[in-house]
Structure formats: C-alpha cells, structure tokens
Design a binder for this molecule. Structure first.
Ligand code: GLV
Ligand code: MN
Ligand code: MN
Length: 411
C-alpha cells in the first residue's frame, strides 16, 4: 500500500481555500481566522487517522500515535501551516499534508509502533505576522522565552497572546517540549528553487540549511509639508532608508559565495502622499551557507545604517532572528537515501537556501529533510506549484523511514 495521491491532492486543495486573499494566493497568518479554519481541518484529519490531538501554548498542533514502549521519545513528522502574504499552497502545507498521509498509512497498515509517531503542524514559521520566523519550533524548544512571547505584537499592535485567545487558543498551556521526548524529526518541503526541476530529479535529500539573520531597521526623521519644506531643510526618513536599501546588494555581492540580502517589508509613516516621511521601518534578511559571511554581512549592514545618522536622521537596528547554518543528521540522511533507492525513486543531495523548522530541531534531535521540485523554481508567490505525484513519492520515503525509526532502538 502506497501513499494516496488523490487524498494528498485533496488536502492541498482544501487547505488552500483557507486564505485571506482568495484568487491572490494563500495568506494564512498565524492566529488569524484562516489559521483557525486550517487548524480545525488538520485536527479533524489527525483524529480520523487515529491520532490523539493536542495543542501547546503556542498553538502548535500535535497528533500522536502512541508507541508500545511507555514514555518513549517520538518520531515527529510535519512542517508549518502558516504562509507568507500572497504565498502559495505548498510551502509548509505540503509537509503537513505529507505528515497526515504518513499517519493514514500507519493506520491502513495497522502499524503499532514501538516508539510513538507524532504528526506536527507548526505556527509562524514564516514570521509573517510576528516577525523573526521559526517561532513555533523555537518556542517549543525553549529558544523564545515566555516573557518575549508575551511581548510579541503584529504590525497593528495586536499581542500574540490576544490573537491566540481570539481563536480560542490557550496561551497558558504548556509551551516547552523537552528534547528527551523527541527521537527524530522528519520534514518534506518543496524546494522553492529551480535545481531539482532543472536536473529532472524528483527528490533532494537535504544536507545542510543556510544560516540566516533578520534585522529590523528603524530610520527616524522629521515629518513636514511636501509642498512647503525646501529640499535642503528636510530629514526625510524614506530617502535615507532608500539609500541604505540600494547599497545592500553590493554587500551581498562583495561577500560572495551565494550570500543573499533582501529587504522584503517596509513600513512608511505616516504614509501620506503629501507628507515627508518621519519614520521608516524595514527588514533586512541575510543568508549564506557560511556563518562567517552572515556575520560579516550583519556588521556591514549595521555600519551602513549607522552612517546615515546625521542631519536630523537617527537610526537603530534590532536583530529579530539569528540562526547559524545547520547540517542535518548523517544517519537520517543515509536512511532517506536508502529508502529512495529501495523505492527506486531517484534522488540527489541538495542544500537549502530557505530556512526551516528542522534547523531549530537539529540542535536537539536527529533531523532529516527531503525536497521535491517546485515548478519554475517559484515559491512565496501564488504561482507556487508542485506535482502531487512527487508528494506521494516523498510520502512513501518518509513513511519507510518513519517506520524504521519508530521500531529501531537507535537511529
Ligand atoms: C522561510 O520560508 C524562509 O526561508 O524564510
Ligand atoms: Mn516560506
Ligand atoms: Mn516553509
């Protein structure tokens, strides 16, 4: 019995409907009404596959199939179910759906594992609502303190804790997951780049994930009338911000080795067509496979920002996220390759330029990831698409490895 491609397609299609931007891609922000709709769908499916469903104090969803061994650590399979604004139907969701399908296969094969199998659907991997990213996994593993979580607010000033209670989630529930309760973590994700499609290979076994940092820069100037303030008497925050942003690509290019820098979010205040902007807040996302490049680039960006501090302009930079590049577990990688071979599914090794929850878990447990091709290499946009046949084959690989890991005493 193999993964059911039709069931996978149906999950993807139904979950894609839980979007705040119908017809313009998937916008499913953490703790939004669309989060609640997707959450209810995922919980219902988990229950129908015989899993015990629970949620933690961040709203991460767990569906557990108990193991024969009492108090044994779980093999966790899954991904995140939040999205970027106007994103696609596959980023994160594909891994959650594959997790559901792995659970369905355990049920259909009537498997009673020795170690528990847990399917996970995590919140706020993208950081699209509360900033930074990887929040669900960082929170679970104790890398985001309760105090810091309680301070998190979205761009409208809505606290994460209030947004949770708005969708009947309980922030006072247990938040921490002790590493001894996790045996391994497996995630399928779409590649989000062009390599697998170009090579014509349908599975990438991930060797390592890039290091990344997200900075938030604030440029403060002086508001004024757009018609009456002479050009030489302005402290225009947007002009200064634009000059900083225009110099970022050069920092990435000079650093080299595939280092990339992006400003993807920018807020202008007060954002009136005839008002000189007095404040601009923007993000700087820095990534590289080599940690030294990430660190050098951070220092250079900070210096570039500080250099604007004059003539009525003042700046500040806050680091919202820093995570070093991570290699994934060698034994799990080789189990994934062996399973692909046994299923005669061609694979290659690949590195990830995107961040993933696996990079958080990899400091605490054995992690493995596989990628499947993304059409035209596109992701974080409505055109994002992957073949359900590839998802089904990826599910078969994860099912095999999850079966082994829930039986074997060691990895
Ligand atoms: C998540 O998609 C990330 O790489 O930021
Ligand atoms: Mn993403
Ligand atoms: Mn993702």
């Amino acid at each position: 019995m193999k993964a059911n491609q039709q069931r996978i397609e149906e999950h993807i299609e139904l979950l894609s409907r839980f979007t705040a931007t119908p017809g313009e891609g998937v916008t499913r922000l953490t703790y939004s009404p669309e989060d609640l709709q997707a959450r209810n769908y995922i919980k219902e499916k988990m229950a129908s596959y015989g899993l015990n469903v629970s949620e933690d104090g961040f709203g991460n969803i767990f569906g557990k199939l108990d193991g024969a061994l009492a108090n044994a650590p779980s093999v966790i399979v899954g991904s995140h179910f939040d999205s970027v604004p106007n994103g696609g139907a596959y980023d994160g969701t594909a891994g959650v759906v594959v997790g559901l399908e792995v659970a369905a296969l355990f049920q259909e094969h009537k498997l009673k594992p020795t170690y528990p199998l847990e399917i996970i659907a995590m919140v706020e991997e993208e950081g699209s609502r509360f900033g930074g990213g990887l929040m669900g996994s960082r929170g679970m593993m104790g890398l985001l303190t309760e105090e810091d979580f309680n301070k998190l607010a979205d761009k409208d000033g809505i606290l994460a804790t209030d947004a949770m209670t708005d969708i009947q989630l309980d922030p006072s529930k247990d938040k921490l997951r002790h590493p001894v309760t996790i045996k391994a973590f497996l995630e399928l994700h779409i590649e989000q780049g062009p390599i697998l499609e170009e090579k014509g290979i349908q599975v990438g076994v991930v060797e390592a994930i890039v290091g990344l940092s997200q900075l938030e820069v604030t440029v403060q100037g002086q508001a004024g009338h757009a018609g009456t303030t002479p050009m030489d008497r302005r402290a225009d925050a947007l002009v200064s911000a634009a000059q900083i942003i225009a110099d970022l690509p050069l920092i990435a290019l000079n650093e080299g080795d595939g280092t990339v820098i992006t400003t993807g979010r920018l807020h202008v205040f007060p954002n009136g067509a005839n008002v000189i902007p007095d404040k601009v807040v923007f993000t700087v996302d820095i990534r590289s496979g080599k940690e030294a490049h990430v660190q050098n680039a951070i220092r250079q960006v900070e210096a570039l920002v500080r250099a604007r501090d004059s003539g009525g302009i003042s700046t500040s930079t806050e680091q919202l996220l820093y995570i070093a590049p991570k290699a994934l577990d060698e034994k799990v990688r080789s189990s994934l390759k062996q399973a692909s071979d046994a299923l005669t599914i061609p694979y290659c090794s690949i590195n990830s330029g995107a961040g993933h929850d696996a990079m958080v878990f990899s400091d605490f447990t054995a992690c493995g990831m596989i990628f499947i091709p993304s059409k035209n290499g596109l992701s974080h946009c409505p055109e994002e698409w992957s073949d359900a046949g590839h998802l089904a084959n990826g599910t078969d690989i994860l099912f095999e490895v999850a079966k082994q890991l829930t039986e074997a005493q060691s990895l």
